[in-house]
Structures are given as C-alpha cells and as structure tokens.
Design a protein around this ligand. Structure first.
Ligand code: XMP
Ligand code: MG
Length: 181
C-alpha cells in the first residue's frame, strides 16, 4: 500500500468485480436504448473508463467539470460549472457517473441543472456513497459501495490532485491532511 494510506478499503480485484456487475445491471436496464454517459471530471474518469467497458448497449460519452468552493476535504455548498457538456441532452437517456456522493451538494445541483435541459431520462451512478455526511438529498440509482465517514483516495479519487492513479481505494492517513475534518 502507498505509505500515505491508513488501510486499503477496496482492492483492485474487489473494484473490478463490482464495476463489472454494475455494468451488467445498467446494460439490462437500458436494453434497447442508447445511453449518454455523463462523467464528472476528474474523479469519475477511471471508474467511467472501466464501467463503460462492461456496458453492452450503445454508449456515448460527455463530460462536465464542476468545482465546489471550499478546501480540498470539505465542500462549502456552492457549485460552479467549470466545463459544461459539449452537446445538448434533450431526449437522451442520461446516466451521470460520479466517483463519490458525500454531502450530496454536487449531485443535487447537477441533477436539477441537467433535468432542466429535458433529457428523456436521468439516472445517477456512483462508485462510492458516504451517506453519513449528506446535506442535500440525492437519488442514487446505481451505487458501487457504501463507505463510512473517512477520506478515501485512489481509483480516480484525489487529495490535492494526488493518488488518482492508485489502482485500489485506500483511507488516507489523517496525518496527511492534518486530521481536521
Ligand atoms: P459532495 O459533497 O458534493 O462531494 O457530494 C462530492 C465530491 O467531493 C469530493 N469528495 C471526496 N474526494 N475522497 C475524495 O477523494 C473522499 O473521501 C471524498 N469525499 C468527497 C469528490 O470530489 C466528490 O466528487
Ligand atoms: Mg469529484
């Protein structure tokens, strides 16, 4: 394990198996339809890349980048779109793909924002759910793993842009971010 980690939460093998299972479930649910996968940059990119390879219906991608004002381990509440989708989503079956739902502020905002654009359907898929810190409700249709209130990195998730390329998900040692949450 990386020396900044406290413990591994999900191994590469566990993630691979669960992501493949999610892809099969999504493929069944969207049978006969075309899917527009909307990835939230940058955290969801590794998850999305693996997930779509287990999806068997025609899948198109677009990406959106958002920032929540605040420090790196705390969301402040306000959400701002840094990079919007390249194209309209009217009439499309949209699946938002996120790395982790924490306070829910990001997805609560994005679901409202994208719903206003008139998609045929809109669902949410997240690799991780940390329900203990929820401030705003988010309906999650596909969830990889539910996790306790700990700061995790790896498999796309970062702390100050570090650790995204780790193939597993680990709990970051509190000494790395000062433990002050
Ligand atoms: P909200 O609070 O809006 O936040 O649901 C979602 C975003 O917050 C980041 N986040 C984390 N990033 N480890 C991370 O690397 C974590 O444990 C964690 N919790 C929240 C993440 O960017 C996510 O998209
Ligand atoms: Mg993120």
């Amino acid at each position: 394990m990386h020396p900044d980690g406290e413990r591994i939460l999900f191994t590469e093998e566990e993630i691979r198996a669960r992501v493949a299972e999610m892809g099969r479930e999504i493929s069944r649910d969207y049978a006969g339809r075309e899917l527009l996968v909307v990835g939230i940059l940058k955290g969801a990119m590794i998850f999305l890349a693996d997930l779509v390879r287990s999806i068997t219906v025609p899948a198109f991608f677009d990406f959106i980048a958002v920032s929540s004002y605040g420090t790196s381990t705390k969301s402040s509440g306000a959400v701002r779109i840094l990079k919007d989708l390249d194209r309209g989503i009217e009439g499309r079956h949209v699946l938002i793909v996120e790395d982790i739902v924490d306070t829910g502020l990001t997805l609560n905002y994005l679901v409202d924002n994208l719903t206003a654009r008139g998609p045929a359907s809109l669902k949410v898929c997240t690799l991780l759910d940390k329900p203990s810190r929820r401030q705003k409700p988010v309906e999650i249709h596909y969830n990889g793993f539910t996790i306790p209130d700990e700061f995790v990195v790896g498999y796309g998730l970062d702390y100050n842009e570090c650790y995204r390329n780790l193939p597993y998900i680990m709990v970051l040692s509190p000494r790395v971010f000062g433990g002050g949450r």
